[in-house]
Design a protein around this ligand. Structure first.
Ligand SMILES: [Cu+2]
Length: 160
């Protein structure tokens, strides 16, 4: 008798869980500090597409003077990078910003924020979602910094 009653209670909950589509979210956010404090640092993360296709319109932070989205492109056999205004996030699809590809460029991160080890980012999407995400700040000198150093020099070209 008790088993039947429990099953009847559980069924509507299970249905509700199925009908609720996986939401749009962002994780694995981290910042690779640049060894040169005068050069921008790079930021990376993974966006998990939700039930509908959206566009990442902007990322904002109060922890840096300026933030830009960049993509890495091969040009005449050289890796260069170019600013991008927005990024399409197809439904139920992962979009990664990762070393060697798309990345954030963070100019003049507040030293107090660097000390705290976390940079607060606000992801703004075309469907109105505003998702706050903390990026873990990794110290300069790691093995991942290499492929971006060249990019930073190119950045100086197109930033001015
Ligand atoms: Cu860049």
């Amino acid at each position: 008798m008790r088993l039947i009653r429990l099953a009847a209670l559980a069924a509507p909950l299970a249905l509700a869980a199925c009908a609720d589509p996986a939401p749009l979210y962002v994780d694995q956010a981290w910042v690779q500090l640049n060894a040169n404090p005068d050069a921008p640092s790079a930021g990376y993360f993974t966006i998990h597409g939700g039930p509908e296709t959206v566009t990442l319109r902007s990322i904002q932070t109060e922890g840096a003077i300026k933030i830009e989205m960049h993509d890495s492109v091969m040009k005449d056999g050289m890796m260069t990078m170019a600013p991008i205004d927005s990024v399409a996030v197809p439904a139920k699809t992962k979009v990664a910003f990762a070393p060697g590809g798309k990345h954030l460029m963070l100019f003049s991160i507040n030293p107090a924020v660097v000390k705290s080890g976390k940079l607060g980012l606000m992801f703004i999407f075309s469907n109105g979602d505003r998702l706050p995400v903390d990026a873990t700040i990794k110290a300069a000198g790691g093995t991942n910094g290499g492929d971006h150093d060249m990019g930073h020099m190119n950045s100086a070209d197109h930033a001015n």
